[in-house]
Design a binder for this molecule. Structure first.
Ligand code: ADP
Length: 358
């Protein structure tokens, strides 16, 4: 016979390798039930896109077998409760994390990355919002095929809010919904910043694990105001391997690293990193050069969390609004996992710091 305390004691030998603490201390082990020689419990990971899911499950089974008995029939429910950024929830209680996707230059694939990450995190089971704040080219509605949708107003707790569009499960809001497709948006800096803030507070986002913001490219007034005023958990820098793109990306990264802004850079994504012809699947041609993203990441004390090939089918899927079903999304699954992991590590670090400050 064994009791709940035995289970907790056994599982306290299993560490989350990212957070460097054991699962019991991290309150990840819940719903323990025991009947004769059978045991049920849930493991609450910090994100449904956890790359260590299988490893942690195996470690739990081994711990029960080793510290209690190998003859117990163990049923584990691997589930997740996304860790929240205290800074974000202080301003937006229902939004756990805000992730800014930035680039130095336009056309490097920032919107493609934003939309793909949103789609794949949603497919992993997270609740995801996507704010297309790229005032110079709001292209995300097109990628999800919802460019003709209109925005409706709803009243929530006495407040009139704009209802985001449901794009295959992702809650999407774009500055593009408020203008005609061919109409140029010529707004001045302060007006844009004001409007974008309205898209955070004036949209009925509801409960979100991740709100992904596709920022306009560059490091102008708009970006500066946004990153200074929004409770952003971290930023992702998207670049191509070209020298020119890298040097612009450095400026974008430097903006986040400014002491007055101090937003952690969660990783660098190198898009259009190489080309693999369909008839030569083992070949990689580095058309735009190689190694720049790595140098950039090292300079800002972060990692390259993904390298994406140039893909013809991705381009057609984006142009025809099929991003959620695109076969190219599989290229984003590992990147999304690394990003989710990086967010959880960042939040855990912040929580520890604020706890030690009392
Ligand atoms: P940005 O947001 O940086 O301006 P976009 O995401 O809009 O860039 O991408 C610019 C163009 O490049 C789009 O037409 C998109 O379909 C295409 N594109 C982006 N990434 C890739 C890729 N890996 N392979 C092929 N085409 C891509």
């Amino acid at each position: 016979m064994f009791i709940k305390e035995d289970v907790l004691k056994a599982l306290s030998h299993v560490d989350d390798p990212d957070l460097n603490k054991d699962l019991v201390t991290l309150n990840m082990i819940r719903d323990i039930e025991i009947k004769d020689n059978e045991l049920w419990f849930s493991v609450f990971l910090t994100t449904p896109a956890c790359p260590l899911k299988e490893m942690i499950e195996t470690a739990c089974r081994n711990a029960i077998s080793h510290f209690i008995s190998p003859n117990i029939k163990v049923h584990i429910k691997m589930t997740a409760e996304v860790m929240a950024d205290n800074k974000t929830t202080a301003q937006l209680p229902n939004v756990k994390n805000i992730i800014a996707i930035a680039s130095g230059k336009g056309g490097v694939g920032k919107s493609t990355v934003s939309a793909s990450l949103a789609a794949i995190l949603n497919q992993y089971g997270a609740s995801v919002g996507l704010l297309d704040a790229d005032i110079y080219g709001p292209s995300i509605p097109l990628m999800f095929g919802v460019q003709n949708k209109g925005i409706e107003m709803v009243v929530e707790e006495g407040k009139e809010l704009m209802q985001p569009i449901n794009a295959d499960g992702v809650k999407l809001f774009s500055i593009g919904f408020l203008s005609k497709p061919d109409e140029a948006i010529v707004w001045r800096g302060p007006m844009i910043s004001q409007a974008l803030k309205q898209f955070i507070n004036g949209v009925n986002w509801g409960e979100l694990d991740y709100l992904i913001i596709d920022l306009p490219p560059g490091t102008g007034d708009v970006q500066l105001t946004l990153v200074q005023t929004l409770p952003i958990t971290g930023a992702v820098i998207v670049t191509t391997p070209q020298n020119m793109a890298i040097s612009d990306a450095k400026r974008a990264a430097a903006m986040f690293a400014m002491p007055s802004i101090n937003i952690p850079i969660l990783g660098v994504i190198e898009n259009m990193a190489y080309f693999t012809p369909t008839d030569m699947p083992d070949k990689k041609y580095y058309i735009f050069g190689q190694g720049g993203a790595q140098v950039l990441a090292e300079q800002f004390n972060t990692k390259v969390i993904g390298q994406l090939p140039i893909q013809e089918n991705l381009m057609t899927d984006l142009d025809t609004g099929k991003i959620s079903n695109s076969s190219s999304l599989k290229n984003f699954s590992e990147i999304a996992k690394r990003l989710a992991q990086s967010i959880a590590i960042q939040n855990s670090k912040n929580n520890n710091e604020s706890a030690s400050k009392g």
